[in-house]
Design a protein around this ligand. Structure first.
Ligand SMILES: Nc1nc2c(c(=O)[nH]1)N[C@H]1C(S)=C(S)[C@@H](COP(=O)(O)OP(=O)(O)OC[C@H]3O[C@@H](n4cnc5c(=O)[nH]c(N)nc54)[C@H](O)[C@@H]3O)O[C@H]1N2
Ligand SMILES: Nc1nc2c(c(=O)[nH]1)N[C@H]1C(S)=C(S)[C@@H](COP(=O)(O)OP(=O)(O)OC[C@H]3O[C@@H](n4cnc5c(=O)[nH]c(N)nc54)[C@H](O)[C@@H]3O)O[C@H]1N2
Ligand code: SF4
Ligand SMILES: [Mo]
Length: 903
């Protein structure tokens, strides 16, 4: 076991490995205790990001380690190949294309989920040795507007803040962030701080009422896309209320005259109109902001993912500069990162328009990096940004592309066109951990990457904190770390000298040395203090923030407290912002705003979280959230299926009616893809329109139409074996405990379900069946020696279908009782209703019905529910929902909770 450490009181065989969660940018420390081949995964109590806490995803990491659907060997054209053959082919093809068409005819599309060391070598190969800027990253879809906003305001891509600021603040503004679901441990830190100091205020700016609003004193359900008006209006208000830090501006800021002029006359009523808000709410927000020196504005994708994202970022930074609240304890703008190593990717220059170590495509930086690398063919200009890169693939300008650790056929805008582009591309290489993804399907060469738990390296979280990821498992099959794969291709392309690394520690040292190279303090990113780490120091490296200018100095927790910035004048810049509406407006044909984002228990395209049954228990199908007025008007029922479409594509999903949604707006999760459902990729509808500066796509605002899907029948199959359901108009595959569930629907009646079932599951065993052709009803169960193998329930009227929990639970039994067999086709448990309902607490599997019952019996607080049912007692991610159930039940209201799962 590499780099393990022995904890006090542990036996020699029992060791613990300190590593980092591979999901969100909070970057929680994880402690893996290994005993033989068993591990226990928990939060690392000593990690300063989480102090031992984990959210539901982190807590379920152990359930995602199975080798099911792992890519274990290199493949060429679908057949297994040796590493030698696969690496040789990739090197030969890339070299061939470069020789014939030049370096800009090839591209790498990489990811904020690579470790810094992987990322560094990929960037070095493309920009230093292939000689093109054509390496871009999924961070383009995620952080690029924040990067550009930082550079405009601060002269460098610097996040000035640290997590503690969120606890020290008297006002936390969450703009376009659903932290309760997307950054749960950080959200819990804010919630705990607020509980300890109830005078602390929280404002949430989000068109939807989200779980994050649970702790909000004020929720501004803003008109989608209108944030720049809100923050511009705030700047004007600060001026009118004499809340501007003039001395700070004079000393440390330029451009404030123009910035203030640009917001002249933007009164509260005007803002309220632009933003679709009540004047009193706008006024309350402005009052809070003006009077609270310790304010942190945390912003995320509701701001960044916009065709005017960079301006929105700067409209936020403007109000912080205007009040001198930058980089001070509890007073700062704070762009939170999404992926575990989004920040690391920015450090190594993973974006097509950056160089490594926060350097730019300017002659003296190009020359400096080339000299440091001894680069054979240093790129002289930026490459194509993600959206343009895939356009270039589509029209044949890029002839070979290598995709690493990202799934663009799901996650890019106009995703169907991305699939077409890859289908048309001469040579597509995909490095992934998973055999079947929507992107892997289109690869000519598949390269098996080592996964979390198997690879070693570093990641940098949202507060610039570098933590080690450490291996505690050997890579399975022939999987190899990404840095190794890239280096081996580089060697075969003739660049051996630049890629002769003995391990990730050697790469990290080089990365740190480059950050310090000719850096006299003019560049923010410096790891000078880590440039000569020994292998052993690297192995035992504790979490550390950058900049770290010297080994002997403590790292900087915050930046800019001294009012010195990285612009040529040393002053920060305020920018004159002219708010712009989203690029595409709704119209009669496409009257709804389609907003897309995350849910609590899934990570991106589900290649990992989709492996844990308990993470599918909270929300199990692709859904679209809409307001009840819209649903009523269009005759769409809660739980029915709907088709959402526009000129780019379409999506089929389950409707969740929620009055937390704005009328005229829809929300769909980004996670479902062709491995889990028929038509659930919301990226198929998102327009490939981008911010002109950052190139970040407008993921939160696509005009669409929605209509009820006219299902002739609906139903489900639950089975131990997989069921081929690809031909039905709607299908969603849900992992259960010991079984799979398939939710199904079709537009046309199916003639013979019996034949389908026999074909799928065989004639052997006992078939119990009920057929009623007139009602389009079919119910069947197959038992082998008393053990349930499969059930199928089909109805014309979906309301007649039974709940799934009880039937699914029968697959955990070795044999059914007589009573259970009798009850089987009714779909309901014999005797008392033991259906616990939809799972709310994923950690302890506590369902909604059980919670409602406990509340009815007097459990009147989250704590009481915890004592009675354990709910919420582990990761706490479900606490907002518990609280909601408590208030709902108290009000005895009929309002559906949001968002719902279908069953
Ligand atoms: N559970 C989970 N957590 C994750 C991830 C995951 O896949 N699953 N992914 C990680 C990644 S990579 C990222 S980037 C982060 C993203 O984290 P977040 O940005 O917090 O998540 P999103 O759900 O994408 O979007 C945030 C909110 O923006 C709102 N929004 C939409 N339009 C507007 C608007 O015009 N103005 C404002 N103010 N808000 C708007 C949406 O309604 C949504 O609630 O999450 C990270 N954490
Ligand atoms: N509609 C819509 N689309 C969006 C967004 C949105 O809000 N709305 N958000 C965007 C954002 S912010 C992001 S960050 C992207 C995320 O989108 P993606 O990056 O496409 O999503 P993932 O599923 O995380 O893809 C990671 C892939 O890498 C594989 N993998 C995991 N570990 C490793 C490893 O160590 N090595 C290698 N080689 N592979 C590995 C996984 O199996 C998976 O296939 O989605 C973007 N797309
Ligand atoms: S908040 Fe959850 S997903 Fe994010 S790093 Fe921590 S445990 Fe992982
Ligand atoms: Mo992201």
């Amino acid at each position: 076991m590499p780099e393990s450490l022995k904890l006090a009181g542990m036996s020699a065989e029992r060791q613990a490995v300190r590593t980092t969660c591979p999901y969100c940018g909070v970057g929680c420390g994880v402690l893996v205790e290994c005993e033989g081949d068993r591990y226990k995964i928990g939060g690392d109590p000593e990690h300063p990001a989480n102090y031992g806490r984990l959210c539901s995803k982190g807590a379920s990491l152990g359930e995602t380690l199975s080798l099911e659907d792992r890519l274990l060997h290199p493949e060429i054209g679908g057949r297994q190949a040796s590493w030698g053959e696969a690496l040789g082919l990739v090197a030969a093809k890339f070299s061939g294309v470069i020789r014939e068409h030049g370096p800009d005819a090839v591209a790498f599309y990489v990811s904020g989920q690579l470790l810094t060391e992987d990322y560094y070598v990929a960037n070095k190969l493309m920009k230093g040795f292939i000689g093109s800027g054509n390496i871009d990253t999924n961070s383009r879809l995620c952080m690029s507007s924040a990067v550009a906003g930082h550079k405009r305001a601060f002269g460098a891509d610097t996040v000035p803040a640290c997590y503690e600021d969120l606890e020290l603040a008297d006002l936390v503004v969450l703009a376009g962030s659903n932290a309760a679901w997307a950054h749960p441990v950080l959200f819990q830190r804010i919630a705990a701080a607020k509980q300890a100091r109830p005078e602390m205020k929280v404002v949430v700016i989000d068109p939807r009422r989200t779980a994050t609003c649970d702790i909000a004193d004020l929720h501004l359900a803003i008109q989608p896309g209108s944030d720049a008006w809100l923050f511009n209006g705030l700047l004007n208000h600060l001026k009118r209320e004499d809340a501007i830090a003039w001395a700070y501006l004079e000393a440390h800021v330029e451009g404030f005259g123009e910035a203030l002029k640009a917001v002249n006359g933007l009164s509260i009523p005007a803002v309220a109109r632009h933003c679709g808000l009540a004047e009193t709410d706008v006024a309350e927000f402005y009052r809070l902001f003006a009077q609270t020196p310790k304010t942190v504005t945390l912003f995320s994708q509701g701001i960044n993912q916009s065709s005017s994202g960079v301006d929105k970022v700067n409209s936020i930074i403007n109000v912080h500069l205007a009040t001198g609240r930058v980089g001070l304890p509890g007073a700062t703008p704070f762009s939170i990162t999404g992926q575990p190593n989004a920040m690391g990717g920015r450090e190594v220059g993973g974006l097509a328009n950056q160089l490594a170590a926060h350097m730019d495509f300017v002659p003296r930086h190009i020359e400096r990096v080339a000299r440091f690398w001894n680069a054979a063919n240093m790129a002289q200009q930026p490459g194509l940004k993600a959206v343009d890169m895939f356009k270039a693939v589509r029209d044949g300008r890029i002839k070979a592309i290598w995709i690493m650790a990202t799934n663009p056929v799901v996650s890019m805008p106009e995703a169907d066109r991305v699939a077409e582009a890859l289908k048309a591309c001469e040579f597509v290489v995909v490095s992934d951990t998973t055999r079947h993804t929507d992107t892997a399907q289109l690869a000519h060469v598949l390269l098996p990457a080592a996964a979390w738990g198997e690879k070693d390296g570093t990641v940098t979280n949202s507060e610039r904190r570098i933590s080690r990821q450490r291996a505690f498992l050997p890579p399975p099959g022939e999987a190899r770390p990404d840095w190794w794969i890239v280096s081996e291709v580089a060697r075969r392309m003739g660049f051996a000298a630049g890629f002769d690394y003995s391990g990730p520690d050697a790469i990290f040292r080089e990365h740190a040395a480059l950050s310090a190279f000719e850096n006299g303090g003019g560049r923010d990113f410096s790891l000078a203090g880590l440039a000569d780490l020994t292998a052993n120091e690297y192995a035992t490296l504790m979490p550390v923030q950058w900049p770290l200018a010297s080994k002997h100095k403590a790292s900087a927790r915050r930046l800019f407290a001294d009012g010195k910035f990285f612009t040529p004048t040393g002053k920060a810049r305020m920018l004159a912002i002219t708010p712009r509406a989203p690029a595409r407006a709704t119209d009669d044909a496409l009257p709804f705003v389609f907003n897309t984002g995350r849910i609590r228990d899934q990570w991106h395209t589900m290649t990992r979280t989709g492996k844990a049954a308990r993470l599918l228990a909270h929300i199990d199908e692709p859904y679209v959230e809409m307001h009840s007025q819209d649903a009523l008007r269009l005759g769409i029922r809660n739980g029915a299926l709907a088709r959402i479409r526009n000129r780019n594509g379409e999506m089929l999903a389950r409707v969740a009616i929620s009055d937390g949604q704005r009328p005229g707006s829809l929300f769909a999760p980004i996670h479902w893809n062709a491995q889990f459902t028929g038509k659930g990729r919301c990226g198929a509808l998102v327009n490939a329109v981008t911010d002109p500066i950052s190139g970040q796509p407008e993921f939160k605002h696509a005009p669409v139409a929605i209509e009820a899907f006219a299902a002739a029948w609906q139903g489900f199959v639950i089975s131990r074996e997989e069921f081929a359901c690809g031909d039905y108009a709607y299908w969603a595959r849900v992992r259960g405990s010991g079984c799979w569930r398939y939710e199904l629907a079709g537009a046309e009646a199916v003639a013979d379900w019996q034949a389908i079932m026999r074909k799928a599951f065989g004639r052997q065993g006992d078939w119990i069946e009920l057929k009623d052709g007139a009602a389009r009803r079919y119910r069947a169960a197959l038992l082998h020696d008393g053990r349930l193998m499969a059930v199928c329930f089909i109805e014309r009227d979906a309301a007649l279908l039974p709940k799934r929990q009880w039937l699914a639970s029968l697959f955990e039994k070795e044999a059914l009782s007589e009573l259970e067999r009798i009850a089987l086709l009714s779909g309901r448990p014999p005797g008392a209703d033991s259906d616990c309902g939809r799972i709310v607490c994923a950690c302890f599997g506590v369902g909604e019905n059980a919670l409602r019952k406990a509340i009815a019996k007097g459990a009147d607080s989250v704590e009481a529910l915890g004592i009675k049912l354990k709910a919420g007692g582990n990761c706490g991610s479900c606490v907002p929902e518990l609280r909601k159930l408590l208030t709902e039940t108290a009000a005895n209201s009929e309002v559906r909770k949001q968002p719902i799962a279908a069953n």
